[in-house]
Ligand binder design. Structure first.
Ligand SMILES: [Zn+2]
Length: 161
């Protein structure tokens, strides 16, 4: 066991730390619990509806998951894509599974809009300052509600706090 896995120490993985906050009920931007993942509203709402899907367990690569588990996670990601398409009506969705900073499988799902002058560029080329826009609280709650309402139709196993 690595030293940071000792009892009481915070998890070394930033995503496992967020999952700890989610499971203790201390994460306001949780959208849904899915069988293989947690879905949150991301912190870059310049891309309205931007969500992040975290694999429930700590694993560094999709190919290290048993095949059935990886496929179930991908099905959940596809359901999130369908929901975002219907709820926020983007021109295009960008799916990214990077993990360079946090090597815990997670998918960024970015809605892209026609009026974005940088719509042909990867989202990461926009400055963090411009990207990381928070929605007003009412709007954020309403968006989460709309995502949940749609998602449970696509994926009846979705659970909400
Ligand atoms: Zn982790």
């Amino acid at each position: 066991m690595a030293p940071d896995d000792s009892a009481g120490a915070p998890p070394a993985c930033g995503i496992c730390a967020i999952i700890d906050r989610i499971t203790s009920g201390a994460f306001a931007d949780l959208v849904a619990e899915l069988p293989r993942s947690w879905l949150i509203l991301g912190d870059a709402q310049f891309y309205r509806g931007y969500c992040v899907l975290f694999a429930k367990r700590h694993i560094t690569e999709m190919h290290l998951m048993p095949r059935g588990e990886a496929h179930e996670l991908l099905d959940e990601m596809l359901a999130v894509g369908k929901t975002l398409e219907r709820v926020v009506k983007p021109q295009k969705l960008n799916y990214e599974c990077l993990g360079n900073q946090e090597p815990h499988v997670h998918w960024h799902v970015f809605p892209r809009y026609a009026e974005d002058p940088m719509r042909l560029a990867p989202v990461w080329l926009r400055s963090e300052h411009e990207r990381k826009v928070a929605l007003p609280d009412d709007d954020r709650r309403e968006l989460i509600r709309a995502l949940r309402t749609d998602l449970v139709r696509v994926l009846p196993t979705a659970r909400f706090p």
